[in-house]
Write a protein that binds this ligand. Sequence first.
Ligand SMILES: Cc1ncc(C[n+]2csc(CCOP(=O)(O)OP(=O)(O)O)c2C)c(N)n1
Ligand SMILES: [Mg+2]
Length: 584
Amino acid sequence: MSKTVADLLVTRLIDWGVDAIFGLPGDGVNGIFEALRTHQDKIRFIQVRHEEAAAFAACGYAKYTGRLGVCLATSGPGGIHLLNGLYDAKCDGQPVLAITGHTFHDLIGTHYQQDVDLDKLFIDVAAYNERVMGPAHVQNVVDEAIKTALARRTVAHITIPKDVQDWTSSDAEPSAANIPKHSGDIYAPACPSPPAELLQQAANVINEGKKIAILAGRGCLDARDELLQLAERVDGVIIKPLLGKAVVPDDSPFTTGGIGLLGTAPSQDAMKSCDTLIMLGTSFPYMEFYPKPGDARTVQVDIEPTRIGLRHPADVGLVGDCRDVLRELLPLLREKSDGSFLREAQDNMRDWNELLKIRGTRTDTPMKPQVVAYELNKLLRNDAIISTDSGTIATWAARYIQIRDGMQFSLSGTLATMANSLPYSIGAAIAYPQRQIICIVGDGGFTMLMGEVATLVKYNLPVKVIVFKNNVLGMIKWEQIVLEGNPQFGVELQPIDFAAYARACGAAGFTIEDPATAPAILREALEYDGPAVVQAVIDPYEPPLPGNVTVKQAVKFGEALLRGQKDRWDIIKTVAEDKIREVI
Ligand SMILES: Cc1ncc(C[n+]2csc(CCOP(=O)(O)OP(=O)(O)O)c2C)c(N)n1
Ligand SMILES: [Mg+2]
């Protein structure tokens, strides 16, 4: 029997090494599902409960493996549901291929059922975006879509009308111009190398610097050795935007950890006082955390030329992969001998870690969120893959999860969406069945896609989901109060018993309320042989204060309290207690 368009699609994906597709069926993709059924020995279909989760899972898969992530959704509503996850992939530069169905080829544009023009809808999110016209078109389009996703580290989209999926070569002949098999399943990555003069210029800037801060983002995730050599050579302080949290272990003497509102005070201090900034594979967005333009000479390395000088003026820009460029740059750099800038950062870091420990070992109830993160960190394996969501949880995860050895860490860095971490963990667990997979999520983010606990159970993915339950959209509550100076509004959440919910899905469910029992319960959950949800009931009044609170933030905070913030006395008490405990 001759192959259908759907068969050709699936076999070409297999040729490209795709072994997992995340998605949800629908009548717009039944042809593709039949091809997936008949090729299931070579390619795995992972059924999720919401197409948004399929796109997030594909993005997480791409982030943690460095390979193409693939998701699949039906025409109309299914495709629409993919969008948020696809934007997440686009914003964080991940190669993801989205495949959707379309209505019958001869009813497109006639207001027929599910006639949503997904190829128009996806114009903005997808760098490559095509409709398959027949069997002879499949290979050409799939090859180009995959190459574009990989080369530009972004989203590609293919849509196929539902009847076309069943066409075979007898239904539509190739045109004479389309020479069969002309398109190859080969991807050749670009490896730009900066010219020698620019490398020397960059080296001169660095050699002349005395206080060197290194902002090392996700572009350095495979350049750990080179990065540490650089820091050692120039007595530099490595500051890690959150997507680059795993670039070096947190116990490295060269790093002050994260930056930004959820970063550390020592990082903020180092950024403010450096005379030279080396930006490596990062476009960390919050410009107020960079040195003021003109205050520090800057060398920037990025694989993408348009990112050079995007957030901060660069004196020298080097285009290329961070690892390769660092290898060329290192021999040109002179060893520094002073070391006082680094030593000061190390002293600050000791104080910061002491502060984290004080906050992480509080014994009072309601339990402090820091306690959960602090105890969880101690139980993580060296191969853990940790995903988190936007929310105050990102702050606790950023500060308390200490990267070691082979750990990986991610969140929705640039889109900063909620609900990504559970599906990211699905992608991670499919890619690495033997590793420890941890999802750190808020109660708001978890409820958005909590149907995916059923996916964990269905595929027996031993993901451990730690839900920080404060019954509020905490991050926004604090933004309303601290950044806007407004009393909170529209942020309270109807409480849900997530442990009972987990058990209803067939997963294990645990609850922690008392800090004294946190270590034992977390250990039991992490050792559980299967998926588990831990709801950690935490103090909703604990603010995720920035490493260094600014006067403006303190004033806004006061304004909100004066303007009728409910529970203001609880908040004042909590913040005051935190401060008092830190000084006595
Ligand atoms: C899809 C989406 N909707 C809304 C937001 C705005 N937002 C950012 S954090 C947040 C609150 C998160 O609440 P929760 O998951 O409970 O975590 P918490 O802040 O309480 O730790 C919201 C609503 C967002 N980033 N993404
Ligand atoms: Mg919450």
